[in-house]
Design a binder for this molecule. Structure first.
Ligand code: BTN
Length: 251
């Protein structure tokens, strides 16, 4: 384990091998660690994704978790997933054509319309008070997963030169994360929602929302004030989607 200082950002703890950087963040948070810090796993043996899925981290891909403590109420703190998505979008635009980068609700960064990254936010009560928040970010830098349920891609596909290393990519990501965090703090969630909307994938298009046991079809209209997705149903009513997976034609 090595700790590196990224210029101006939170320290980065580099772990050669770990089950899951989110699991490690939870262990540290429950032991009283408040961060802010980044945990970077060069190899993840049990990476996890949203809704109980596994997340495969191929060699050379980014697997990192930002751990911090907050006094915000849980619903507000959860908006950090949009901050993270914007930071990933900026990072992707540094290494691949920016015009191919988009964000699918709630927080799936896409490259050329295909999933290239995943974000998993977990939280709990901090023993020091308030909440600990772990923002886990996986990015396919070098290779796409072998067993992806949906079509996926990697940054390397869009480059003639080698993709960035996980450490280099995290330095860029960390800087972008800090900038969007400051926007969130100074201008509030509306500024984050506007920036997210400007990069949104599929707004105005028909989609299917899978919400656990229920499936809902409608047209994705945009974000509500709290980050919920506004889905216009066939009968004209608006359904607020607060959790689930959304699928458009291809992604
Ligand atoms: C998704 O299902 O789209 C979210 C995937 C999140 C994966 C990242 S990789 C780093 C961190 N550690 C984990 O175990 N998961 C997240």
């Amino acid at each position: 384990m090595v700790t590196r200082d990224v210029t101006g950002g939170a320290p980065v703890v580099v772990l050669d091998e770990i089950d899951s950087t989110n699991a490690e963040a939870r262990r540290r948070a429950e032991a009283g660690e408040t961060g802010p810090l980044w945990l970077l796993g060069l190899r993840q043996t049990a990476g996890r994704g949203r809704r109980g899925r596994a997340w495969e981290t191929g060699a050379g891909n980014l697997a990192a978790t930002y751990l911090f403590r907050t006094d915000k109420p849980p619903a507000e703190a959860a908006q950090v997933s949009f901050v993270a998505a914007l930071a990933v979008a900026d990072m992707l635009g540094q290494y691949a054509p920016a015009k191919l980068v988009s964000l699918k609700w709630p927080n799936d960064p896409l490259l050329g319309g295909l999933k290239v990254s995943g974000i998993l936010v977990e939280s709990g009560a901090s023993p020091t008070g308030g909440l600990w928040i772990a923002v886990g970010i996986g990015v396919n830098l070098a290779r796409k997963p072998i067993d992806a349920e949906r079509p996926a891609t990697a940054i390397a596909t869009y480059r003639d030169s080698p993709p960035p290393s996980p450490i280099e990519a995290l330095e860029v990501l960390s800087g972008a994360f800090d900038r969007w965090s400051r926007t969130w703090t100074t201008l509030g969630f509306p500024a984050i929602a506007d920036a997210w909307t400007a990069r949104a994938h599929g707004l105005g298009e028909a989609c299917v929302a899978r919400l656990g046991t229920e499936t809902v079809e409608g047209v994705a209209e945009g974000l509500d004030g709290d980050g919920a997705l506004r889905l216009r149903l066939a009968d004209g009513q608006v359904r607020r989607i607060t959790a689930g997976d959304v699928f458009f034609g291809g992604a």
